[in-house]
Design a protein around this ligand. Structure first.
Ligand code: PMP
Length: 446
């Protein structure tokens, strides 16, 4: 498989060699770390992309989930291009930021007020700061494997560090301010609140860790809603991926549980850089100058050169309007359901004891031969789908699965699954299904 990958991708090999002399590991995002080297892309359109060797692939990573409308959607591209010619940064307020925020307010149930950031990481950073300021309490509750970006409060608890110990460069006292629990266990949440009156808020991915790779139940969300309300803590849904994807109003709309705050990025800016924190007015008011003056309190500080950048705002407005007014989310959800069925049929036909599962427009590959147990409370850390970035014994297998899928013509979400867009039609699904079969056969032949 490695030989087939190397043979198919000489251009990427050459670029990676050059990259390794200037970029650590030759990459700019940890998730692109690939043995022997990652793919370099040149162009993308709709559900397809082409690498520097001219190979056509169906894209199932979709800008890390940002591209539910596919690459270069004409309406989104036109909006961004139009704004590029009018100015990329005014250093002043502009009308687009109002229209953009109004769309979010209309679409997302909890969004009484909105503050834009430049990324999802910044949005979760602001959300935890808002929770601490609002409650006057120091700690944040998080769940193992739930990903919220890379700032100091979030840079552990995933890929090992399930004991809450900090990763290099993170202050131990910051890590000590996080209450890290296994997901799905309401009893543990209740006990933590009963024992510790310093918990300001709870943040989680509302469909489960890694966009539902380790699902949480709606009852868990309802339980968190109840417990946080009783203890006066802030419930934060990290909807950086699920926002405008699971449904036009995000997972909170689809699942019927409204948090106090949510974090948004990716789709919110139409595939350009951007993010936001949205939620209850009385919490987000901690950013408001006049309210701070009235209440004789110091406001939360927040700057950011690219907050609500006009080009991102213009693309975001175009994307959100389409998502609000058409069946974008439903189409992506349906395409993913069709693909999950097709991939599972292939697993049965090829006699491979894995499973493909997931909700809405995401697929997860479950490659644990010991069988599947989707109850998140009983979900043993060792039984979970393995990350290709850890030292897990199955790392080599997962790494080969990824390479085989790329050779077979699709670019998945690493070796762990796939993210589907509204422009993945029957042709792309058929292509992907055959690629899946080819990749499995390559693995069996190794
Ligand atoms: N939260 C979640 C749930 C995410 O999936 C991500 C990014 N994958 C982030 C936060 C961080 O967003 P960003 O990469 O824009 O900083």
């Amino acid at each position: 498989i490695v030989a087939a990958y190397v043979e198919a991708t000489p251009g990427s090999a050459a670029l990676h060699e050059a990259a390794s002399t200037v970029l650590p590991s030759g990459i700019v995002h940890d998730s692109r770390h690939t043995d022997p080297y990652p793919i370099y892309s040149k162009r993308a359109l709709g559900a397809r992309k082409w690498d520097v060797d001219g190979r056509e692939m169906v894209d199932f990573y979709g800008g890390h989930g940002a591209l539910i409308l596919g690459h270069c959607h004409p309406g989104v591209t036109a909006a961004a291009v139009e704004q590029l010619a009018l100015g990329t940064h005014f250093g002043t307020c502009h009308a687009l930021e109002i229209a953009w925020a109004q769309l979010i307010q209309q679409m997302v149930p909890c969004a009484e007020r909105v503050r834009f950031t430049s990324s999802g990481t910044e949005a979760t950073h602001m959300a935890v700061r808002l929770a601490r300021a609002f409650t006057g309490r120091p700690k944040i509750m998080r769940f193992q494997r739930h990903f919220h970006g890379w700032h100091d409060h979030m840079a552990f608890g995933v890929d090992g560090h399930f004991d809450g110990s900090p990763t290099p460069g993170v202050l131990p006292e910051v890590a000590a301010g996080i209450v890290l629990l296994p997901p799905g266990d309401l009893g543990a949440v209740e006990r933590a609140f009963a024992q510790d009156d310093g918990i300001a808020g709870v943040i989680l991915e509302p469909t489960g860790a890694s966009t539902g790779m380790v699902p949480v139940s709606v009852d868990f969300l309802r339980g968190l809603r109840d417990i946080t309300t009783r203890y006066g803590a802030v419930l934060i849904f990290d909807e950086v991926v699920t926002g405008f994807r699971v449904a036009p109003g995000g997972a909170q709309q689809a699942l019927g549980v409204t948090p106090d705050l949510c974090t948004l990025a990716k789709i919110v800016a139409g595939g350009l850089p951007g993010g936001a924190v949205a939620g209850r007015k009385d919490i987000i008011d901690w950013l408001d100058f006049d309210i701070a003056a009235d209440r004789k309190r110091e406001k939360i500080k927040h700057q950011g050169t690219y907050n609500a950048n006009p080009v991102s705002a213009s693309a975001g407005i175009a994307a959100l309007t389409l998502i609000r007014d058409t069946d974008v989310c439903a189409r992506a959800n349906e395409a993913a359901a069709t693909m999950r069925d097709a991939f599972n049929r292939v697993l049965a036909e090829e006699d491979v004891p894995w499973a493909v599962y997931g909700d809405h427009s995401v697929l997860h590959f479950f490659t644990n031969p010991q069988g599947i147990d989707l109850d998140p409370v009983r979900w043993d850390a060792n039984a979970q789908p393995v990350s290709v970035f850890t030292g897990d014994p199955r790392k080599a297998l997962m790494s080969k699965l990824y390479l085989a899928l790329v050779v077979a013509g699709i670019d998945p979400k690493g070796a762990r699954g796939a993210i589907v867009s509204a422009v993945h039609g029957p042709e792309e699904i058929a292509w992907a299904t055959e690629s899946w079969r080819r990749a499995l056969r390559m693995l069996k032949a190794e």
